[in-house]
Write a protein that binds this ligand. Structure first.
Ligand code: ZN
Ligand code: ZN
Length: 120
């Protein structure tokens, strides 16, 4: 006769007890966004860096500017561009996103992905 299978009892340690409080946040999310933005800004203008012009103080371009995103979403989706490469004649707004991509071979989303990777 086979012995009855022992029923395995899973350790309960790892399970969150019902009603247990979530770990307290160390900081308010708004200050996390602030930190995020200053990290992005610290990278300097993406295009200047790419062109070997060094680290120039950037403005933060909002990826979905004017598309009715919430301010908070906007504040996370930012890329660093100096005034010229942002609003100037050779910049994203001056050229338009399509021409900007043609000229520099990067889209604003490429820059965003690279930026997020760099500050991760
Ligand atoms: Zn620049
Ligand atoms: Zn912009």
């Amino acid at each position: 006769m086979k012995p009855a299978k022992e029923s395995k009892i899973l350790p309960r340690k790892e399970l969150r007890e019902p009603g247990a409080e979530l770990p307290k946040r160390e900081t308010h999310p708004a200050s996390a966004i602030k930190r995020h933005k200053s990290k992005v800004a610290a990278l300097g203008c993406y295009i200047c860096r790419m062109l070997g012009l060094g680290i120039t103080p950037p403005q933060l371009h909002h990826i979905r500017e004017g598309q009715g995103m919430s301010q908070r979403a906007d504040d996370v989706l930012v890329i660093p561009l100096c005034p010229e490469h942002h609003q100037g004649d050779t910049g994203l707004h001056g050229l338009g996103t399509r021409e900007f991509k043609r000229r520099y071979r990067v889209s604003e989303l490429d820059i965003l992905a690279d930026t997020l990777e760099k500050i991760a």
